[in-house]
Design a protein around this ligand. Structure first.
Ligand SMILES: *Cc1c(COP(=O)(O)O)cnc(C)c1O
Length: 417
């Protein structure tokens, strides 16, 4: 595979934070010193065994890592082809992979002497993970959330408040995720003396995409030794597959395998109601084009005038309007394949997981599973697929009920009874 930038796919980005034509640092001059000092601190922490010792301790005892690598025998038998393994990141504390990264950034914030953490959130899951770790360390937590999202994500807003966070409803623009990102960046510039900006996906200005990827790479690193343990020394997956919002759980699974050319890599975007001109989807790679947002250059959902669009998916966690720059690069050079899955297909995968394995999945990884369901049957029985089950489905049962035509009205919000 032609790659004249790096000797290895795993050494990116370059010193300007670029993955080929993507990534970089598109920020105002006032933000530049903050970004540079963050980069310097991260480079120091990355090489400090004490930093990783603390991470590993908390990953194990607070998050519950390593998450199991589970041979999904029921799925495998029903699909009748490839052998399917699920990486069970839905079993982490807070129910998804997001805490892997939040923990890393907050340990870094503590090293930098910061006492106030800000974050932006769309569906609220990154906000909840950030509020959780802030509560643990007694840090002040402020979460920016579009006013529109605050109204439609009440349970997560309540969770964040229980955890002691302040939730600021952003009224500007359309009151969604990208408006919340702008306000978080503004807050950071104003309060830099005590504030750390915790980004929830593998996007943002350099060094965030690389830093978030490094923290999430624990997923793929565990898969390497766990699969060897179950399938024999040196056995790698034939295919790894994950759902993509901004792309953090996916790059965390993919990155440790980028240099193993025999491993197929597949990212699955949210196709919503279908990837067409109406833009009722969130497939930035399959249905968008390059532009600049959130401090980096990458594939984005935009209209003909370059206006960023909000996108749509049944799964709120996938409706990031762009995709992390490393994915745009892997797409461009052909190292990874990107496909999309519709709401309808994801719902079918949801039911399949419940029935075949007794696992109620989040709607996000259902997109990856739906693609597994498309390809597994045609693959030989000795082909190993590892899919990241990146979140659990408790949060999604009301959405699923609505789409299946089941009336749970009156119970909404009582999902823990
Ligand atoms: C947030 C979220 C996603 C999307 O984020 P990525 O950065 O693409 O991983 C996917 N699945 C779940 C369960 C999430 O909470």
């Amino acid at each position: 595979m032609a790659n004249d930038l790096f000797n290895s796919f795993m050494t990116g980005p370059d010193d300007k934070g670029r993955f080929g034509d993507f990534g970089g640092r598109f920020v105002s001059e006032t933000l530049m010193p903050l970004i540079l000092s963050l980069e310097e601190e991260y480079e120091k922490a990355k090489d400090d065994p004490e930093f990783w010792e603390e991470m590993n301790y908390l990953w194990q005892h607070y998050v519950g890592r390593p998450s199991p690598l589970y041979y999904a025998e029921g799925m495998t038998k029903r699909l009748g082809g490839a052998k399917i393994y699920l990486k069970r990141d839905e079993l982490n504390h807070t129910g998804a992979h997001k805490v892997n990264n939040v923990l890393g950034q907050i340990l870094l914030a503590r090293r930098m002497g910061k006492t106030r953490i800000i974050a932006e959130t769309g569906a609220g899951q990154h906000g909840v993970a950030t509020a959780t770790v802030c509560a643990k360390f007694g840090l002040k937590c402020v979460v920016y959330m579009g006013a529109h999202d605050v109204a439609r994500q009440k349970p997560n807003v309540f969770r964040m408040k229980l955890l002691g966070a302040e939730v600021i409803a952003v009224e500007s623009g359309r009151g969604t995720l990208k408006d919340a990102m702008n306000d978080a960046l503004r807050d950071w510039v104003t309060n830099v003396h005590d504030t750390f900006y915790c980004i929830g996906t593998a996007a943002g200005p350099h060094p965030y995409p690389a830093m978030v990827r490094d923290f999430q790479s624990i997923i793929g690193k565990e898969v390497r030794w766990q699969l060897a343990e179950q399938e024999g020394e040196g056995r790698l997956p034939d295919t790894v597959i994950a759902a993509i919002g901004g792309g953090s759980n996916a790059i965390g699974l993919f990155h440790p395998f980028l240099d193993d050319k025999e491993v197929n890599i597949i990212g699955v975007e949210a196709g919503g109601k279908g990837v067409n001109d109406d833009m009722e989807h969130c497939a930035s790679l399959t249905g968008g084009r390059p532009g600049v947002l959130h401090g980096n250059r990458t594939f984005l959902l935009q209209d003909d005038d370059g206006q960023i669009l909000d996108g749509y998916s049944i799964s709120a966690g996938l409706d990031y309007p762009g995709i992390g720059p490393e994915h745009s690069w892997l797409h461009q050079i052909g190292r990874a394949e990107y496909v999309s899955i519709t709401d309808k297909e994801a719902l079918e995968a949801f039911q399949f997981s419940c029935e075949s394995e007794g696992i109620i999945p989040a709607l996000e990884p259902c997109h990856a599973l739906a693609h597994v369901m498309k390809i597994a049957g045609d693959l030989p029985k000795d082909h190993i697929i590892v899919m990241n089950m990146c979140g659990r489905g408790d949060k999604d049962i009301f959405t699923v009920a609505r789409h299946l035509g089941v009336d749970l009205s009156g119970l909404e919000g009582r999902d823990s009874d």
